[in-house]
Write a protein that binds this ligand. Structure first.
Ligand code: PLP
Length: 430
């Protein structure tokens, strides 16, 4: 048997850091990443044959669990018909119609291959549609790794970005304004100073890249009002929350709380591809018609709308829209987080939890944080001991305290009970 250690050593010789996406390297938590050999339902098995209950779900896409029979058969059928044509297909229309039917704010959609590509193009579209350059993003929100979005959070108001990554020239991020999440004063001030120059505000409505932090309803409402007053577009990055927190995505929750609420552009990924490389951005016809070939905003992709990926996404969406799907998923996720909270309370460990649909977060702190600075005050060594304690006992959480967790429809009540029992054990030993 080849061990995870052996594979990691071999991987590091040919792949920088041994991984194709940094968080997989376990740097934040220490130790050797598990090399996954296969997955089925809510479980994954590593190269050493060890089974894990999977709460990462490929970082969100696997809402039905792994290898769902209807999805598998759709993918197999599509693959026999051809991998890629570089020409339009009927299935792209079907997927577009399916997504648009679930998200009333969107009249047209363009399919791409990754969330990064979708978010990057959403910014370009907002800039092209408004003729403006500046935009606002929030500290702790990740929108993929396109240059203008890779910006370190400014410590104060109106601090234009410093690149977070080497290789991003300062001029490329000079139009990116970074504000604190849920901070109304900074928001007001930013619009007062820069309102007429702003192309858009981009937000993760439930920020899953700083664990799980909700944008408060008054905050979202005020962004909408300020965008309307100043002619800026409001972009909801629902790559993670889309079709994950509710059938209508996070925007349906805000629309329920704010009469008439709708974002101008929505960005999707993860669930809409069901585990295949597929993402999208969508909006009103008026905004989307700025895109080539109709308009002057350029965007293209060799594999965009790929026939196998669209088959996978379509089959996934058809499952999640079945009656009761989200009720059941939400119930399971709540059982999990309530169980974790109960176990932490019993062990006397300060702990807070939140969840929506099939997405959850937990913090080793008594109150739920509202922004990135507070999230990062989490007791990191304690989180790491918790993570490894669970991993050793066959429960696979995200290997970093600033990542959200995901429950799938394939998780059984027994899986969740086992997870809570394991967590209780580990929490007692922390
Ligand atoms: N936007 C959000 C909210 C995300 O969570 C992610 C990825 O995790 C992205 C964009 C980038 O998506 P991708 O990794 O598919 O490029």
């Amino acid at each position: 048997m080849t061990t995870n250690d052996q594979l990691f050593e071999r991987a590091r010789k040919v792949i920088p850091g041994g991984v194709n996406s940094p968080v997989r390297a376990f740097r934040a938590v220490g130790g050797t990443p598990r090399f996954i050999a296969r997955a089925q339902g809510p479980y994954m098995w590593d190269a050493e044959g060890k089974r894990f209950i999977d709460y990462i779900g490929s970082w969100g896409p696997m809402i039905l669990g792994h290898g769902h029979p209807a999805v598998l058969s759709a993918v197999q059928q599509a693959a026999t018909e051809g991998f890629s044509f570089g020409a339009p297909t009927e299935r792209e229309i079907e997927l577009a119609e399916e997504i648009l039917s679930l998200v009333p704010s969107c009249e047209q959609i363009r399919l791409v291959s990754s969330g990064t590509e979708a978010a990057m193009t959403a910014i370009r579209l907002a800039r092209g549609a408004t003729g403006r350059s500046k935009f606002i993003k929030f500290e702790g929100c990740y929108h993929g790794h396109a240059d203008p979005l890779l910006v370190k959070a400014g410590s104060g108001l109106a601090t234009f970005g410093n690149p977070t990554s080497a290789g991003v020239p300062p001029e490329v991020v000079q139009h990116t304004l970074v504000l604190e999440y849920n901070n109304l004063e900074q928001l007001e001030e930013a619009f007062r100073l820069h309102g007429p120059e702003l192309a858009c505000v981009m937000i993760e409505p439930i920020a899953g890249n700083m664990n799980f932090v909700r944008a408060q309803v008054p905050f979202v409402k005020r962004i909408r009002e300020l965008c309307d007053q100043h002619g800026a577009l409001f972009v909801f990055d629902e790559v993670m929350t889309g079709f994950r927190v509710a059938l209508g995505s996070a925007q349906s929750l805000y629309a329920a709380a704010i009469p008439g609420f709708a974002p101008d552009i929505s960005v999707f990924g993860k669930v809409i591809g069901g585990g295949m490389p597929l993402a999208a951005f969508a909006g009103s016809r008026k905004v989307m018609e700025h895109l080539a070939p109709l308009g002057t905003v350029y965007q293209a992709g060799t594999l965009s709308g790929n026939p196998v990926a669209t088959a996978c996404g379509l089959a996934t969406l058809r499952e999640i829209r079945k009656p009761g799907f989200f009720d059941d998923l939400s119930r399971k996720t709540r059982t999990l987080v309530d169980g974790l909270k109960g176990a932490a309370d019993a062990a006397g460990v300060p702990f807070s939890v939140d969840s929506q649909g099939g997405m959850f977060g937990f913090f080793f702190m008594p109150e739920l944080p509202q922004n990135y600075t507070t999230v990062m005050t989490t007791d990191q060594p304690r989180f790491n001991r918790f993570f490894h304690g669970l991993l050793d006992r066959g429960v696979y959480l995200a290997p970093a305290l600033y990542e959200a967790g995901f429950v799938s429809a394939a998780h059984t009540d027994a899986d969740i009970a086992e997870t809570v029992a394991v967590a209780a054990d580990v929490l007692r030993s922390l």
